[in-house]
Design a protein around this ligand. Structure first.
Ligand code: CP
Length: 307
């Protein structure tokens, strides 16, 4: 019998800060048991999750959907709700969420504007899970990321992870940067940010070491200090910049990673020329291991959230 984690059981999951370190290790433990087929998780009484995606997604949408199906949950998916649902007839976000709460036992929501989300999730009587909200957070992604690093280094010793140096490379202000920096800093990772000077980091980045870098040789020199380079993508939605020039500066070919024993990880998606495709399927690129882990992790998470 699995006892669900109190901090998220039947509650909204908005931020990674809701989970204690012990909560996180119990989710990891369950995900590992599911992966190793040591436990069978199954909802037998016809529960359902709703997936409501206002922004494009491949991994989050598909892995939540397959994770839900693997544990016997039904799924109700709505993508592009402003075109496909009654929102095209001016239905509000609140009303679509409220309606979905009568058909589902939890709602997985991706949305471009976190303020709008927070204004509309009050009084919805099923848990709402943040699947990426504006530039706020992407908590379930950061769990997958840390789970992947944790498995790699086998660092779990008395619920403590051995210190590793990680650099978050790219746009420092993305929702994935926020969740992963908050999460990894709690587990004693040394965290730094490396970013092109065109990006202006938000205040939270002041808690970490910062490297502004616009030169590829300089980038290679800095990169060698780290165990993991976490490519948070060069999103920069609010600024105008030459993406190709930045990719030239930040591109790391496979031989550089191999020679310097550096791991690269991206929560994905990766744009063409962002990370060397030759590093895929080598021990140096962890990105697709994260994709594989995402299903087990989200199965474990759903088991802990749904009543
Ligand atoms: N990592 C991530 O959120 O990917 P998607 O945008 O494809 O869901």
């Amino acid at each position: 019998m699995i006892s669900p984690i109190k901090s998220i059981f039947n509650k909204n999951l908005t931020s990674i800060s809701q989970l204690s370190n012990n909560d996180i290790f119990s989710i990891f433990e369950l995900a590992k048991k599911i992966k190793d087929r040591k436990v069978q998780v199954n909802f037998e009484n016809k529960k359902s999750i709703g997936l409501l995606f206002f922004q494009p997604s491949t991994r989050t949408r598909m892995s939540f959907e397959i994770a839900a199906k693997n544990i016997g949950l039904n799924t109700l998916l709505e993508t592009n709700p402003e075109i496909n649902s009654a929102m095209a007839k001016q239905e509000t976000l609140h009303d679509i969420l409220k309606t979905m709460s009568y058909y589902n036992d939890a709602i997985i929501l991706r949305h471009p504007n976190e303020n709008e989300v927070f204004d509309n999730i009050k009084n919805i009587n099923v848990p709402i899970i943040n699947a990426g909200w504006g530039n706020y957070e992407h908590p379930t992604q950061s769990l997958i990321d840390l789970y992947t690093f944790n498995n790699l280094f086998e660092q779990k010793k008395n619920n403590k992870i051995v210190k590793k140096d990680i650099a978050i490379v790219g746009d420092p202000n993305t929702r994935t940067s926020k969740s992963i920096s908050e999460l990894c800093s709690r587990f004693d990772f040394n965290i730094s940010f490396i970013y092109p000077s065109i990006f202006k980091p938000e205040k939270f980045v002041n808690n970490f070491k910062k490297y502004k870098c616009d030169d590829s040789n300089e980038f290679k020199k800095i990169s060698k200090k780290f165990d993991i380079l976490y490519y948070s993508n060069f999103t920069g939605t609010e600024i105008d910049f030459d993406r190709n020039k930045i990719y030239d500066t930040y591109f790391l070919d496979y031989s550089f990673l191999n020679d310097n024993k550096i791991y690269v990880y991206s929560p994905l998606p990766r744009r063409p020329n962002e990370i060397d495709v030759k590093s895929d399927n080598t021990p140096h690129n962890l990105s697709f291991i994260g994709v594989k882990n995402s299903v087990f992790l989200r199965m474990a998470l759903l088991k802990n959230i749904i009543v």
